[in-house]
Design a protein around this ligand. Structure first.
Ligand code: AMP
Length: 173
């Protein structure tokens, strides 16, 4: 039986700033059956696809990414906020609504041609996932696809995602 994962995502208006509707996945994580089903559902499209590394985006992408990597018998590689990883690091800057941010990985974290799956909790404007894609490609790996738990459809990120690279979402708001 499939659980109603939606009911375990808490909606918090005006967090962390006015006008933002925050999708809080912590009730889902705290429910062992729901978290297990969530990881199974995230993994399902990628079974047999030869995924060798799962790259999780800091910080909630680490939670799903580590479990997903184990489920797919792949390694886990963290993509981190600037200044967190010891050198040598490679990074990609990207645009936020106000200002810029940056994702970094260890320069030798991925091998040329290694088959990589990206994971994060929420796809909003798509800037973060787009930077993660650029970083994986900059490191020479092959991006097999990306998966998020929640896609915020109204923000239209999917329109800017390359059609040839599968992008799966479990829940849509
Ligand atoms: P974006 O780059 O706009 O797609 O934002 C995605 C990143 O910001 C993800 O790593 C999310 O964890 C976080 N994020 C953006 N919007 C939300 C939201 N409404 N609720 C929870 N997390 C969010």
């Amino acid at each position: 039986m499939t659980m109603d994962l939606d009911s375990l995502v808490r909606t918090v208006p005006d967090f962390p700033s006015p006008g933002i509707v925050f999708r809080d996945i912590s009730p889902l994580l705290a429910d062992p059956a729901a978290f297990g089903q969530c990881i199974e559902a995230l993994a399902r499209p990628w079974i047999g696809q030869g995924v060798q590394a799962v790259c999780g985006i800091e910080s909630r992408g680490f939670i799903f990414g580590a479990a997903l990597a184990q489920s797919l018998h792949a390694g886990f590689v963290p993509l981190r906020k600037p200044g967190k990883l010891p050198p040598p690091v490679s990074g990609v800057d990207y645009q936020l609504e106000y200002g810029t941010d940056r994702l970094e990985a260890r320069t030798d974290a991925l091998r040329a041609g290694q088959r990589v799956l990206l994971v994060d909790d929420v796809l909003a404007t798509g800037g973060t996932l787009g930077a993660a894609r650029a970083l994986v490609q900059m490191l020479g790996a092959e991006l097999v696809g990306a998966v998020v738990v929640i896609e915020l459809d109204a923000l239209g990120a999917r329109a800017h995602w390359p059609a040839a690279t599968p992008l799966h979402s479990l829940l849509h708001y």
